[in-house]
Design a protein. Structure first.
Length: 310
């Protein structure tokens, strides 16, 4: 009887070979289970429908970075409920979660062009959040970063059912999922060094917000006292003690006067682990800090090269 039947449920939670209902042929297992449920008019198993659509044998083989079904695979198997079955053991669920987590870690969640697109989506989504826009379409996201709408839909399918056909994507939910995938779910305190040479200060604040950074201090040696947002610009000499006090992890270096090696190395020693360099200077710092250089010349070369013969 059972030699040709699958001995593991499609969700990976149930071991059918150890199930009395299965051995007594009261439960036909997943393969014919949804057919029985469909004929009875009962709720179908979402896990079975999902793996069939993906063309895989079961959930453990899934290569999606986030489960499309969310927590729905934790529901009772409707077929087993009909024939008197019980909920899967919590110990097996924990083993399954551990296996999925290990597989996801081995694959790596985001890399290369996919990660670049996610960063582009997040920049746009952060702007929509500021404007209190609740829903956005794949065409809007595609136009914002210069890709096809079909590619946007394929990318965002990695995070589950966050969109509704004909309506669009929930901005808050998608932004949260992308931040988590890019390891931006944890908010990091940030400081800004050198504000005098920046005319569009709002763009700096928006960029920090997009990276889930909370601006906790602004410092400059300019003589004029000023307030930006809710923060008063402090003397540059206060940057290091304030970085220690606020446990700053990110620094924006926006002026050459602020790019002093002694100050920046002091910030690294205080716990700053990432710097965004808006100056033309090259920052030669210790390996303990990641420096991202905003190079206008390189960006212009990249732009012109993409134009080709136009």
């Amino acid at each position: 009887m059972g030699s040709r039947r699958a001995t593991r449920s499609r969700c990976g939670v149930y071991d059918c070979s150890a199930c009395d209902l299965y051995r007594a042929e009261k439960c036909p297992g997943c393969a014919s289970g949804n057919l029985h449920l469909r004929r009875a008019g009962d709720e179908l198993c979402p896990a079975y429908e999902c793996v069939r659509a993906l063309g895989i044998a079961g959930c453990p083989e899934c290569r999606k970075s986030a489960c499309i079904l969310g927590d729905r695979t934790r529901l009772k198997c409707q077929l087993r409920v009909r024939v008197g079955g019980t909920r899967a053991s919590q110990s097996f669920l924990r083993k399954l979660d551990a296996a999925r987590g290990a597989a996801a870690g081995a694959r790596g969640r985001t890399s290369g062009r996919f990660a670049d697109r996610l960063r582009g989506y997040l920049r746009l989504l952060a702007q929509y959040e500021l404007r209190e826009v609740s829903v956005v379409s794949s065409h809007q996201l595609a136009g914002g970063i210069g890709v096809r709408a079909s590619l946007v839909r394929r990318d965002l399918a990695e995070f589950g059912g966050l969109g509704t056909p004909g309506r669009g994507y929930e901005v808050r939910l998608v932004a949260g999922a992308v931040r988590k995938a890019l390891d931006l779910a944890t908010q990091r305190p940030a400081i800004w060094l050198g504000v005098a040479g920046v005319t569009d200060w709002q763009s700096v604040i928006d960029a920090l917000r997009a990276g889930n950074c909370a601006l906790v201090g602004i410092f400059d040696d300019g003589a004029r006292e000023r307030t930006i947002g809710t923060l008063t610009v402090q003397p540059l000499s206060r940057a290091l003690p304030e970085a220690r006090r606020t446990a700053a992890r990110v620094a924006v270096v926006a002026s050459e006067s602020a790019a002093r090696p002694d100050l920046l190395e002091g910030l690294v020693a205080a716990g700053v682990c990432g710097m965004l360099n808006l100056t033309p200077l090259r920052l030669d710092l210790s390996a303990r800090v990641i420096v991202e250089q905003c190079d206008l010349g390189s960006q212009m070369v990249r732009l012109i090269s993409r134009l080709g013969g136009d």
